[in-house]
Design a protein around this ligand. Structure first.
Ligand SMILES: Cc1cc2nc3c(=O)[nH]c(=O)nc-3n(C[C@H](O)[C@H](O)[C@H](O)COP(=O)(O)OP(=O)(O)OC[C@H]3O[C@@H](n4cnc5c(N)ncnc54)[C@H](O)[C@@H]3O)c2cc1C
Length: 307
């Protein structure tokens, strides 16, 4: 599949360079999945507005890819345009003072944000420790851990709707809850603004260090995965339910339930998206059969799937 000629012409007229038939597997953490019809890399707010206008006028589907750490892209890949955010949409600016507000481009990796936070003494962003996503992905997923969730430091986002209209939405507007937020359909977050706390930076770094060491000891970080595959059901842990269902090590092709952490599905051999999907669906069915609980996916399935 490829882009229609009218969409390709409209992108060119809007000065939005694009690549066709782009492999995506190396851009996502599971390292599987097919190509995108087209990839457009957008480096400014104005370019993002133009992209949304072109896509909506030509009725081309658009998918914004962060770091791909919470996505299973189908083996057939993604039809339409995949957007990557770079330049000023992957940079930071901060206000003055002891507790600056930091505005961060949605394309910035959280690990880069944390390293800038350490350098500049910005505290209160520890909820991002150990999460390999981008700022946009963290807002979309309300990413977090025992150290807190994205909606705590987040003040507002600036996004661009499907028709190219910009809008600022607060944390309340986004109705953020456990691993989800209500980012309007088709809109793309350009920047997110966070409130820092002015807490003791050294004390915060010590907490993060202990937290990261514990993760390394308990998670299969040496193999491709998307972290926790399922949300924890109320009052329980998805990993516990999967383990007591006897599913650790359950395998289809190169995809298997990790022996180290049962809520991780890892790619430990040549593997396809179909293999990973088959493991996930088997886990859902088997946990429900044994315990009466239907696990809810944290990871998103994207692209064209053959049902
Ligand atoms: C080893 C490992 C450990 C992990 N640990 C954690 C953890 O502790 N806590 C946790 O919450 N998650 C964890 N994750 C999952 C993942 O890192 C988070 O969900 C992260 O927030 C996803 O960000 P991303 O940039 O990779 O998003 P992607 O996977 O690229 O995309 C996820 C969704 O966000 C959307 N999105 C991305 N950018 C934007 C944007 N600019 N505007 C609108 N929508 C956007 C995408 O379209 C997609 O729907 C882990 C993953 C791995 C691989």
């Amino acid at each position: 599949m490829t882009l229609s000629q009218s969409t390709a012409r409209a992108l060119t007229d809007a000065e939005l360079p694009f690549d066709l038939n782009v492999p995506l597997a190396k851009r996502v953490y599971w390292r599987v999945g097919g190509p995108a019809d087209a990839v457009v890399t957008v480096g400014s707010h104005q370019a993002l507005v133009r992209l949304q206008q072109v896509a909506s006028k030509t009725q081309t589907p658009v998918f914004v890819l962060g770091k791909g750490s919470n996505l299973l892209i189908s083996d057939a890949g993604i039809r339409g345009i995949v957007v990557l955010l770079k330049g000023e949409l992957a940079d930071t600016t901060a206000t003055e003072g002891d507790r600056p507000q930091v505005t961060v481009g949605a394309g910035m990796p959280l690990v880069v944000l944390l390293s800038r936070a350490k350098k500049n003494g910005w505290t209160g962003l520890g909820c991002f420790a150990g999460i390999p996503g981008s700022v946009g992905g963290a807002v979309r997923m309300n990413a977090g851990s025992t150290l807190g969730e994205t909606d705590v430091p987040l003040v507002h986002v600036d996004l661009v709707h499907r028709d190219g209209t910009p809008q600022r939405l607060t944390t309340v507007d986004l109705q953020m809850s456990y691993r989800t937020s209500h980012v309007p359909d088709g809109s793309i977050i350009a920047t997110a603004t966070f409130q820092t706390t002015g807490a003791d930076a050294d004390a915060e770094q010590a907490v993060l260090k202990t937290f990261l060491e514990r993760r390394k000891a308990t998670q299969p970080l040496h193999l491709p995965s998307c972290g926790s595959t399922f949300r924890n059901p109320p009052g329980d842990h998805a990993g516990r339910l999967i383990e007591v269902s006897g599913l650790k090590g359950y395998r289809v092709g190169g995809a298997c339930v990790s022996e180290k952490h049962a809520n991780f599905v890892v790619n430990d051999a040549p593997c396809t998206a179909n293999d990973i999907r088959a493991v996930i669906e088997h886990v859902e069915d088997e946990v429900e059969r044994q315990h009466g609980v239907r696990l809810q996916r944290e990871v998103h399935f994207i692209g064209e799937w053959q049902e």
